[in-house]
Ligand binder design. Structure first.
Ligand code: CDP
Ligand code: MG
Length: 693
């Protein structure tokens, strides 16, 4: 499937005749098979088809769920797992995605009596996974979510005193360790998706190892992973044992493109249509990199899908990304409507965290959005990067969970061979300031000597110490300062934590809380394609000459004053996402409680927003930039040239000096969420930093 001019025109000028697709399709070359036929002979049809159709009657529904549970591959490993835990304090459990680890293992432990003296924690790298899984497991247990089975994610705690199984993000468990260093509330900690090696789980490994050594025999660890990385964990935890669950994996045919694709988004659209006209029944899972891209593909695909001749199954196109409202997320778990096939456009969350039933075809763009720390630039950015070979295999495997499947890779076989065998663990590539602050607050003074599963580069750790020093979180001896302790109690990145504490002393807590809450929430400005101009007009009413943070503040303040009933209409009229704003209000309330708990003053600066911009400067100085003669900006800390993001209200105005929230690297480097500042504030508010640089 080449993206040369002819073919690009071919599918753009879509003529709904299958022949055209055959031509394109022929260039996809069948190369190899992965996966063995591991289905036991007694597999039933219902099992092969994944989730049974859910009966309406609650009792029947519960029974159907129990039947589904017992058919999961993990079920055969239950006794073995419980027996291993009698002899070993740590068990590493490896099982193919979809085998039932996340939903079943905590229930096995509960039933096996492992929650008599404490809860069972099960950590997830993603909040979406923690929430959806907790809801599912509550259903399986026949209880309401938040009772016996609950979840806790940042800014949302859905547990009670009755909770025995608690799904949580790994970050939350780390925060709890700040207040309860021995994690006494838990009898078992399950670290799930260990192969993902999120920064937080990497910290947990070291921390939990220490806790286990101190607590001894009434504290168990279960490390769960979808890939064969057991040896590293077994070597790290003293006396650990490993066990494997053979997943249900049908053969998957892998296809590559004959030549490289210039535009993987276009190629993905074509590939979906090809499946639609060429392939038999089965849902399609497309791996894309982020929300905006998913929404773009959704629009492109919907246009073309509407023109599909009636003889083909219609397409039910469903997005799946972390910021999607829960009710829409739930739709991907339901069977496709009669006569249709689901096309799920997902971010990496569908790679291992979430199992979408019904998938027979995967389309892999070969890319993922990752947090990358650029030591040279001294800043972190979200960057679209190639996946690893391990990820490509994992993605293809999703096509063969319920029946033989096909995986279409939108890159050449040669490109595949050039990919890294496995991706670099996050801790090796992100800004470590938050990690270091957390470790310091957990009492780990010698951060360089911490028992990491795999040590991050020394230079990056040293840099993070410098950054915390510049923020004032550490004193000159490298010990946590009182300011640093306060910052560590706030569940936001260190630079925002600094903004909040500084704001409290500058008399503008309420405004700073709103700004930080808005920055931490999702994009509130909606730009529907059909009414883009009207939306832009509406958004202009909030635009502040002082920049995007003050614009966000204006939106927040206007929304916060509204009644629930009028807010829906108001959001609609102003093309604002009510969900993003409600989320910001939630975050605001949580952070407000945190600030109160620290005993910091809660004051408002009224209409003069200078203090708020000064508070922002005192935290975001690393992202301070000055205008260059050619109108671009130079980041002072790194000398990197950046442009103001096209979405910024300051885009055409070009103030001489600004700070921004983050660097976004697409075709070029952009500063996102920008605020006008006075350059003199930099030396005043971050003297340590600007003398260092
Ligand atoms: O963790 P692992 O990938 O091994 O499997 P799991 O997440 O426990 O999923 C086991 C089964 O439960 C899969 O067949 C999922 O489709 C199903 N499931 C579901 O239907 N709804 C959820 N929210 C979570 C899992
Ligand atoms: Mg899982």
């Amino acid at each position: 499937m080449r993206c040369d001019k002819d073919k690009a025109t071919l599918w753009k000028a879509y003529d709904p005749s299958a022949d055209q697709y055959s031509t394109l399709f022929a260039t996809l070359r069948h190369v190899s098979c992965v996966g063995a036929h591991l289905v036991p002979a007694h597999t039933t049809a219902a099992e092969v088809m994944g989730n049974p159709v859910v009966p309406a009657h609650p009792k029947q529904r519960w029974q159907a769920l129990q039947d589904h549970r017992q058919q999961l591959p993990i079920w055969t490993a239950k006794e073995k797992l419980l027996a291993l835990l009698q002899r070993h304090q740590t068990v590493v459990l490896v099982g193919e995605t979809g085998s039932g680890k996340t939903t079943q293992v905590p229930q096995f432990l509960l039933e096996g009596g492992f929650a008599g003296e404490g809860m069972i924690a099960c950590t997830q790298p993603r909040r979406v996974a923690a929430i959806t899984v907790a809801k599912r497991v509550a259903q399986e247990q026949g209880v309401q979510p938040g009772t016996q089975v609950g979840y806790a994610v940042r800014f949302e705690d859905n547990t009670t005193a009755a909770t025995r199984i608690k799904y949580m993000t790994d970050g939350i468990l780390l925060r709890e360790a700040l207040l309860d260093p021995a994690l006494k509330r838990y009898q078992v900690v399950i670290v799930d998706e260990a192969h993902e090696r999120s920064v937080q789980s990497d910290l947990l490994f070291g921390l939990l190892k220490g806790i286990q050594a101190r607590r001894g025999h009434n504290f168990w660890l279960v490390i769960m992973s979808a890939t064969l990385v057991a040896a590293q964990f077994v070597g790290f935890f003293p006396g650990a044992a490993a066990t494997y669950v053979q997943g249900r994996q049908f053969p998957v045919q892998v296809f590559y493109t004959a030549s490289p694709e210039e535009h993987y988004v276009d190629a993905a659209v074509v590939a979906v249509l090809q499946v639609a006209v060429e392939e038999g029944a089965g849902d399609v899972l497309v791996f894309l990199t982020g929300q905006e891209e998913i929404e773009a593909v959704q629009r492109l695909l919907q246009d073309r899908a509407n023109q599909l001749p009636a003889k083909y199954q219609s397409l039910a196109i469903l997005p799946l990304f972390a910021a999607l409202p829960p009710d829409q997320q739930a739709r991907v778990f339901q069977p496709a409507p009669v006569g249709a096939r689901k096309v799920i456009l997902a971010t990496n969350i569908a790679e291992t965290s979430i199992t979408v039933p019904g998938v027979r075809f995967t389309i892999d763009t070969g890319f993922v959005k990752t947090r990358m720390y650029n030591a040279k630039v001294g800043a972190e950015s979200l960057t679209v990067t190639p996946i690893s070979q391990a990820q490509a295999r994992q993605r293809s495997g999703r096509a063969g969970r319920e029946a033989p499947g096909k995986a279409f890779r939108l890159y050449t076989e040669r490109s595949f061979r050039q990919l890294q065998p496995a991706s670099l663990p996050e801790i090796q590539r992100v800004d470590l300031a938050a990690v270091t602050l957390q470790l310091k607050a957990l009492g780990v003074d010698d951060v360089l000597g911490f028992d990491f599963l795999e040590r991050p580069p020394r230079a990056a750790l040293v840099r993070s110490l410098e950054e915390l020093l510049a923020l004032g979180a550490l004193d000159s001896n490298g010990r946590l300062s009182p300011l640093g302790r306060q910052m560590s109690r706030l569940p936001v990145e260190p630079q925002y934590a600094k903004v909040l504490v500084a704001a409290a002393h500058m008399g503008c807590s309420l405004e700073a809380l709103a700004v930080v809450a808005m920055a931490a929430s999702d994009q509130p400005f909606l730009l529907p394609r059909e009414s883009r101009e009207r939306a832009q007009e509406a958004h202009k009413r909030f635009a502040s000459g002082e920049g995007d943070h003050m614009t966000l503040l204006a939106v927040f303040q206007a929304f916060h004053g509204l009644q629930q009933t009028s807010s829906e209409q108001w959001c609609h009229d102003n093309f604002l996402s009510r969900r993003a704003l409600c989320k910001a209000v939630d975050i605001y309330s949580q952070l407000l409680e945190n600030i109160k708990a620290l005993g910091l003053p809660l004051l408002s600066c009224g209409s003069d927003t200078t203090p708020v911009r000064r508070a922002l400067t005192s935290g975001l100085f690393k992202h301070a930039a000055k205008r260059h003669t050619d109108g671009t900006y130079k980041v002072l800390a790194s000398s990197q040239m950046v442009a103001l993001h096209p979405s910024s209200v300051l885009c055409g105005k070009r103030p001489p000096c600004c700070v921004f929230s983050e660097l976004v690297c697409t075709t070029r480097a952009y500063a996102r969420q920008v605020t006008v500042i006075d350059s003199a504030w930099l030396a005043e508010l971050a003297p340590a930093f600007f003398s260092m640089h």
